[in-house]
Design a protein around this ligand. Structure first.
Ligand SMILES: Cc1ncc(COP(=O)(O)O)c(C=O)c1O
Length: 388
């Protein structure tokens, strides 16, 4: 009998494949979760303490304070820094809403600073210009800057620190997408968490280190700021039970900590796999499309692999037809959203971010992406580009 050709369609390719990860770490997660269920300490329990120690060690800092999510981490860090009404906090507009939202929730004012065209992170020269403009206007006090490590690539911290120091700004790193990344090589290599006096992280499920719900952390070497953050995550109570200031309810569940502890055991492997997948994409696409630049030193956490193209809709459609997921981060920079328009100067005022929003297209990226799948994604893109 003649062989029947296999006409079944190829399997769909998700943006992030958490099922493949589960096949590797599922047993370890279940064992750790079972221990939490038996222990019964569901909120800020032993697993949370263990996780805070592991996170601090990983990031090379003295303290990790876990919280309920990456947005609260930003707000609590700003509150601990005493940022509030009358303060200007400089943020990029090409980021997730949380970066600027947390600033507004403290009563401070976000001031948008455009990004660099090749790195997608805050342009230090534009920061300098915006600080001068705020000073000249005189209504706000320049207080802090939040560089965002967009798509997993650390911002240009050496240059940002130089501007911040000259301007008297505190630096808070939004590392929601970049935990695991490193800046610098050899003796100079420093992990995310130690690149700024305060760093915030998100453990949203699709992040490089993600839990099974919401989670976040603040990383710092400063014992006073750490103590304030610990108080602020639990209604402002100190160790004696005195409410020292008005705080939040923003605690991490022990079950989420159990998930993260198990995932930390394979995290380095996954980061290496993400870098390998990025290299495969680069090799196949760089002659035909604008691929993201790898950092000149250290490593990105490759939370997102985003190409740039003026033919985004056509390419997206081809991917869709081939069963391949893609996404747009971010379709609009924050200053063009209704909620943040009052803090910006409208369309055309932040042109690098606006152009990036019109061109970016995120391709599948995770720690279990194999070479044939990357080839399939690239062949689909190149095939679509070749069509008239
Ligand atoms: C840059 C950035 N900042 C902050 C956050 C907020 O984190 P979470 O969703 O855990 O609140 C995110 C999450 O997507 C993010 O990408």
């Amino acid at each position: 009998m003649a062989a029947v050709p296999d006409l079944s369609p190829l399997p769909p390719v998700p943006l992030v494949d958490l099922q493949k990860q589960l096949a590797v770490v599922g047993d370890a997660i279940q064992q750790r979760m079972a221990a939490v269920l038996q222990g019964g300490d569901f909120i800020l329990g032993g697993a949370v303490g263990e996780l805070e120690g592991r996170l601090a060690d990983y990031a090379g800092v003295a303290q990790a304070i876990t919280v309920a999510n990456g947005t609260d981490a930003l707000q609590i860090a700003l509150m601990a820094m005493d940022v509030g009404a009358g303060d200007a906090v400089f943020v990029p507009p090409f980021t997730f809403a949380a970066t600027a939202g947390a600033v507004v929730l403290t009563g401070a004012t976000p001031v948008f600073v455009d990004i660099d065209d090749t790195t997608f992170t805050m342009d230090p020269l534009q920061l300098e210009n915006k600080v001068a403009a705020v000073r000249a206007a005189g209504a706000l006090t320049p207080r802090a800057v939040i560089p965002v490590d967009l798509f997993g690539r650390p911002a240009d911290y050496p240059a940002i620190h130089a501007v911040a120091q000259a301007a008297g700004l505190q630096v808070l790193a939004d590392a929601a997408q970049s935990f695991g990344a490193v800046q610098g090589d050899g003796q100079e290599a420093r992990p995310v968490g130690s690149l700024a006096p305060m760093t915030t992280v998100s453990f949203y499920p699709s992040k490089p280190l993600g839990c099974f719900g919401d989670g976040g952390a603040i990383l710092t070497d400063d014992p006073t700021l750490a103590e304030r953050c610990r108080r602020l995550r639990g209604h402002g109570f100190d160790a004696t039970g005195e409410a020292r200031q008005v705080g939040m309810n923003s605690r991490l569940d022990s079950l989420q900590a159990a998930v993260l502890l198990a995932k930390l055991d394979v995290f380095d492997q996954e980061l290496a796999a993400r870098s390998q997948a990025a290299a495969w994409y680069d090799e196949r696409l760089r002659d035909s499309l604008r691929t993201p630049e790898s950092p000149p030193d250290g490593r990105s956490a490759w939370a997102v692999y985003s190409i740039r193209t003026r033919e985004r809709e056509r390419l997206r459609q081809a991917l869709r037809e081939a069963g391949i997921a893609s996404a747009i981060y971010y379709a609009k920079p924050l200053h063009l959203h209704e909620a943040y328009a009052a803090f910006g100067d409208g369309a055309g005022s932040l042109p690098v971010s606006e152009t990036a929003s019109a061109e970016v297209l995120a391709l599948p990226m995770h720690g279990y992406l194999d070479e044939p799948t990357v080839t399939r994604v690239c062949d689909t893109l190149l095939g679509a580009l070749a069509k008239p």
